[in-house]
Design a protein around this ligand. Structure first.
Ligand code: ADE
Length: 727
């Protein structure tokens, strides 16, 4: 880390510790698409300087996309310290340039730094997720060992920064969950900068200009800003603070405000006697200092500070309007509540009747899906009643086995001990995606995406509810469970028939088209969405009448609403899985002016999945073992090696000419080619692919119909689908 930035950060911490007694350490979360590193200030360590050493720090999303993870070990006499942080490798650490820093392991090298002579200094750097919390000293067996390709983690593309979460996840005005619940149950996001000069005057409103947003270290902490004027020196300081403790000797008082309204804390006009040069005593009246403080409990609320000077000002216009509106709305709200309660009781009664009459007994969760989606085609409102389980009691859920593990969470099969399953057991089977408290932001993004009822579709994983499991410090997403697992696992086990290819391809394209669509199935406007991490392991397989699938893992999804600025989109970075990244994503050249670009990158990824499905269909002739697109060279190819294949060589997965012996497959190949075109604008839309599938790709007489939007040159390309690696 740049020494300046780190020391500024530490100073901020020291200040907070000093005023609040807090010993916590809150890392900045300033950018996403960036590496996540372990982040500890220099502290005493038991690491001996040999073998390997594992330690626990806070996870932090690095400030800049270039940053790598660094750990520094020092020994000065008996004093051993360890420090971990993000660092721009173009800058020296301890006066030393890092050199090779692209490793996934943090291998310590002894360095001669700028410390006191006699101090032993070891530095390591690496660039995979939190790789700097496990360091390897040169005498370890692990040192210099070639990396195990299975062990090299997928390049890390963390989920959106808290700063952008609402914008990216689409703050469509729907309910935001408060960061601090009634009992101060969730950690706040606050601006967190050291004391710095400000142009704010103690009048009107003002911005803190602090770029660091931090997740508060402790539950119940609130956001605080302190404005101070000492002579001509005007400063502002932003931080998290436990309201039970004083700030600068003064208690905060009421602190549950949504806005940061400044109150004067101390105005001491100090009379001081000073000796003048001729020894005469003069009495000066010093305007010693002026301090204002505000606290609040909304995400980053201490960024926007408001100076109010008298009681009259305090009820600002917004609040007055709110008050009048609330008063006039009370009768209406009462009525609405009555209707909701009656409707709820009616539904509960109806459901009980259905259970009793046996209509719902003996159903598994896929049937609950059917039940919940019964009204899918009705024009329901877009707020999802079950987005968060607001009951104080957690759902009666018992986790069974682990069925999947992703970058941010683990997925478990589980028993929801309500109702009865198909086999008469007293539970429903569900899937639980479990996020640790460090992955709160990923959980929140996925929950917010899922909370839009307009996302509901047969080919999108059915979301049931989200829960904060306070006792276990976990965040859960409860969804339908699909026993056949993900598409990649399924293709590895099974060869497909032509009908399977048609139903899987069709349902996948329908799912993607639904995400991208600006209308629900019943024609109501909806916010389109880009998935941004489509791949066969993010698609679940379902077998009812046909073999179909549904899309899952919306942790990186982006709501494409018109309110997103180009800057916000640019900040969303290069996300996804390198193997499935479109050429323009690999070279970070997405056209941010047009939200269609994000859909076009999804279509590219979808084409690779279509290729995977086709490669395992017996209609192509001899079916080989399952291989992912671009082969098994590395379990998780990195962006650089994908750039070589996809950009430099313009390579695409091979489609041997023998596949074309089947006329339907030839047409599927043509569609795949049109979806992975190097030019994003030239790609088909997901809707168009879905239509082609619904028309069956069969050797129909009206083949021309399938081609009506393809010019004659493209037709030739489609008929000759032996494209191998060239395009
Ligand atoms: N893996 C990830 N999500 C799953 C789900 N909902 N059902 C089964 N396996 C899964």
């Amino acid at each position: 880390m740049e020494p300046l930035r780190f020391s500024a950060f530490c100073c901020g911490l020291l200040f907070v510790s000093a005023v609040s007694g807090a010993t916590g350490f809150s890392p900045p979360y300033p950018g996403f698409g960036n590496t996540v590193c372990s982040y500890c200030p220099a502290q005493e360590s038991t690491c001996s300087g040999s073998g390997t050493c594992n330690f626990t720090c806070t996870s932090s999303i690095c400030q800049s996309a270039e940053d790598v993870c660094v750990s520094v070990w020092t020994k000065d006499g008996d004093n051993v310290t360890m420090e971990s942080f993000c660092h721009n490798p173009a800058e020296p650490v301890e006066g030393v340039m890092l050199g090779d820093h692209g490793n996934s392991k943090c291998e310590m090298k002894e360095r001669t730094g700028t410390r006191r002579p006699g101090t032993q200094l070891f530095i390591c750097s690496c660039s995979s997720e939190e790789c700097n919390n496990y360091v390897i000293f040169p005498d370890s067996d692990e040192y210099g060992k070639p990396e195990d390709p299975m062990g090299v983690p997928e390049p890390f593309y963390p989920s959106p920064n808290p700063k952008f979460t609402h914008m990216i996840a689409g703050d469509n005005g729907a309910t935001k969950i408060p960061m601090v619940g009634p009992g101060g149950s969730i950690r706040m996001l606050c601006k967190f900068c050291d004391v710095r000069p400000t142009a704010c005057i103690n009048n009107g409103t003002c911005k803190s200009e602090c770029e660091i947003t931090s997740i508060c270290e402790n539950l119940g902490e609130v956001c605080v800003s302190v404005w101070q004027k000492k002579g001509d020196n005007v400063t502002i300081n932003t931080f998290c603070h436990n309201p039970a403790e004083p700030v600068g000797g003064v208690m905060l008082g009421e602190h549950g405000h949504s806005k940061c309204e400044m109150k004067e804390m101390k105005r001491s006009k100090e009379r001081r006697k000073e000796k003048t040069h001729n020894n005469a005593t003069q009495e000066h009246e010093h305007e010693h200092e002026l301090t204002y403080i505000c606290s609040c409990t909304q995400e980053e609320c201490n960024d926007h500070i408001i100076f109010t000077h008298d009681k009259e000002d305090k009820i600002d216009m917004d609040e007055r309007v709110m008050f009048v509106t609330l008063v006039s709305l009370v009768p209406l709200l009462g009525l609405a509540l009555l209707v909701i309660v009656s409707f709820y009781l009616y539904r509960v009664g109806l459901q009980r009747k259905l259970w009793e009459s046996g209509k719902l007994k003996g159903r598994d969760f896929s049937d609950v899906h059917a039940m919940l989606t019964d009204d899918e085609h009705s024009d329901s409102s877009s707020t999802h009643a079950n987005s968060l389980n607001h009951n104080t009691e957690p759902l009666p859920i018992e986790l069974d086995g682990l069925v999947g593990k992703g970058r941010f969470a683990e997925v478990y099969k589980a028993k929801l001990k309500q109702g009865t399953s198909a086999t008469g057991e007293p539970f429903q089977t569900v899937a639980i995606k479990v996020f640790s408290s460090d992955e709160y932001l990923s959980w929140k993004n996925e929950k917010d995406i899922f909370s839009d009822a307009d996302l509901r579709h047969d080919n999108v994983l059915l979301f049931l509810t989200a829960e904060e499991r306070k006792v276990d410090k976990q965040y859960w997403l409860v969804t339908a469970y699909h026993p056949l697992g993900n598409l990649q696992e399924y293709l590895t086990r099974q060869v497909l028939s032509w009908d399977d290819l048609m139903s899987l391809g069709s349902s996948m394209a329908e799912g993607v088209a639904h995400l991208h669509s600006e209308r629900t199935l019943c024609g109501r406007p909806k916010v389109p969405l880009a998935h941004r991490d489509l791949k066969s392991s993010n698609i679940l397989v379902r077998k009812d009448k046909d073999l179909t699938c549904c899309l899952c893992d919306f942790g990186l999804a982006l709501r494409l609403d018109n309110t997103l600025s180009v800057d916000e989109l640019a900040n969303s970075g290069q996300v996804g899985t390198a193997r499935y990244m479109a050429p323009e994503v690999l070279e970070s050249r997405i056209n941010l002016e047009n939200t269609e670009s994000f859909k076009q990158t999804d279509v590219y990824s979808m084409s690779l999945v279509l290729w995977e499905i086709t490669s395992r269909c017996d209609a192509i002739g001899e079916v080989k073992e399952y291989e992912p697109p671009f082969g098994k060279v590395r379990e998780h190819p990195c962006v650089e090696s994908m750039k070589d294949s996809v950009l430099r060589d313009r390579g695409r997965p091979e489609m041997p000419s023998t596949w074309c012996n089947h006329p339907g497959i030839a047409l599927v190949c043509g569609t795949i080619e049109e979806c992975w075109d190097h030019d994003p604008e030239a790609r088909l839309t997901a809707q168009c692919v879905a239509e082609r599938f619904s028309e069956g790709f069969s050797e129909t007489d009206d083949m021309d119909k399938l081609f009506e939007h393809v010019d004659s040159q493209e037709k030739i390309a489609v008929e000759d689908c032996s494209v191998s690696d060239e395009k």
